[in-house]
Design a protein around this ligand. Structure first.
Ligand SMILES: [Zn+2]
Length: 261
């Protein structure tokens, strides 16, 4: 049984001291596939080494919506170069965060649209971060012939359906483990199984106070989702693995030659 963590920051500084241990716990738990999200040069360099060692790992690079105090458009040129040079598999996480950074809303829209445009041009899927911004997120993704994942989903069932209609998968994280979380469970119960993904967002979003979230912890999220869906863990794992792979199969690269290693 193979598990996939559809969103983790394994290249993060927070894992600089114990990345190998975190990695072995991950593999011991069967988490052989993962999307390594990189929103800094440090994370990109650390993640590239891992991606080159493990065929199930995918590399995603982006400018994060929470990181737009400096909205110099030159950063987009640097990103594009990095995507091409490091043979990245995805752009992410990009998107809109009106909850934590309402003051950079305009820059967020500009950078999100530019990264969607880049994804269309390079034939890459996207991983989308959206907080308190679902309407604008949906309007923007409708404009681009791009597919991908809505990360750490906590919205309504109706909104999930609208994203699915645009060709996106919906990824659920540790919020399903919180004792009072009824809403994600209701949404998961009605999700088409061929659009569902599971993620940790490690080292962030740990359900246990004081614990650094790591990809191995995705097991508990799988178990909870299998329980909600009343299916066996093995069945959920194989459906999610198929969905994970399908995100990268939808690539219709116009310049495939840039991806040949
Ligand atoms: Zn993240």
């Amino acid at each position: 049984m193979i598990l996939a963590d559809a969103h983790c920051h394994l290249g993060s500084r927070q894992f600089d001291n114990d990345r190998e241990e975190v990695l072995s716990r991950m593999l011991e738990n069967g988490v052989e596939k993962a999307i390594l999200i990189c929103c800094s040069e440090h994370d990109r360099l650390a993640s590239m080494k891992l991606r080159d060692r493990y065929p199930g790992f995918r590399l995603a690079l982006s400018i994060h919506p929470q990181d737009l105090e400096d909205d110099d458009l030159q950063r987009l040129t640097v990103l594009k170069q990095a995507l091409i040079e490091s043979h990245a598999d995805m752009i992410g996480e990009t998107g809109l965060d009106y909850y934590s950074h309402p003051h950079t809303k305009e820059a967020q829209i500009r950078f999100f649209e530019a990264q969607m445009e880049m994804a269309a041009e390079l034939g890459l899927p996207v991983d989308i971060h959206s907080r308190k911004a679902s309407r604008d997120t949906l309007e923007i993704i409708k404009k681009y012939p791009v597919k991908g994942i809505i990360h750490s989903y906590s919205g309504s069932g109706e909104m999930a359906q609208l994203y699915i209609k645009q060709g996106y998968c919906i990824a659920f994280g540790a919020s399903v483990l919180f004792p009072n979380s009824r809403k994600p469970a209701q949404v998961i119960a009605q999700m088409p199984l061929d659009r569902l993904l599971v993620e940790t967002d490690a080292p962030y979003q740990s359900p246990v106070k004081g614990h650094v979230h790591e990809p191995a912890d995705v097991v508990a999220i799988y178990e909870k989702i299998a329980e909600i869906r009343k299916i066996r863990l093995e069945e959920l794992a194989s459906r999610v693995e198929e969905n994970f792979d399908s995100v990268f199969l939808t690539i219709q690269s116009k310049d495939k030659h840039t991806r040949i290693t």
